[in-house]
Design a protein around this ligand. Sequence first.
Ligand code: URA
Length: 332
Amino acid sequence: MALDEAALETLGLGTMWVRRGAPSGQGVVEDEPALEEPRAAAYETASPAARPAAVQSVEAKPVAREPESQSVSAAPTESAPGDTPVRPVPPETAKTIRIAPAPEPEPLDEPAWDDFEPVPPVGFDPAPASAPAARSADIAALDWEALEARVSNCERCRLCEKRTNTVFGVGDRAGDWMLIGEGPGENEDKQGEPFVGQAGKLLDSMLRALSLARGENVYIANVVKCRPPGNRNPEPDEVAQCEPYLQRQVALVKPKLIIALGRVAAQNLLKTDASISSLRGRVHRYEDVPVIVTYHPAYLLRSLPDKAKAWVDLCLAYDTYRQAIPNDKARS
Ligand code: URA
């Protein structure tokens, strides 16, 4: 399968990506040995002295900020015959492209995916002592149908009061990949499905760039299942009340990899108030599943430079996924 150039185009990376042997356009193709994408990214972003170590252990070493230039690694190009179409392609032909140096902006934390209301101070509060742990325990035993029914009737927090629909989750319930966002917005609340607006379109492009597709080996859910009014961030107690549902979804899907979409999702999954910039570039764990953190697609719609960083995150996700699956499933 050819790389979906349209997907990279949508990601805003089309002009940065150059097929091997093609004119380089605005980027300069370096004839360095091909590396797997995340390792290439690590190589590129490390200082020369640190490069061997960086390439050897992407997982142990966060992808550092590029001091002189931004780098983007080329995407997988071809599938082997007989492979499942949704599988990303081995990156033997990965090329690293250095684009013209751009002034490095101040490290920005990602704003909320919608700006209706000011972002409250960041802080993670654990579940309040009053959380009804007993009522949560039985959720861990529900099957898909019972779980979905329970969510659609849920009144565990105040978000139920203003919702139109609960937004349970969508996709392949046996998918290897699980994408977790923050919570439904207006369109999602109306339609009862996650990521159906513009951000959802960008998310679909991000998936396509990895040779994945919504519903094919991918399950998409949110930290909270009901829309926070005015698109505010969910409150800690709302997240706590909803978490048993997400935990059960993860237990049922048994994904090989989770991608946390945006700061709010990442902080709540990982139980931290660390900034998204500090969480990116490392492999975390949720319910013992590897987690990669990237920017929320709604934020990326407004930030072209961070689309390139999101691509680096997706490459790390792909590499981590390949390490997590059995050898016979992974292409080498
Ligand atoms: N943003 C999210 O985090 N989730 C959605 O489902 C839609 C927008």
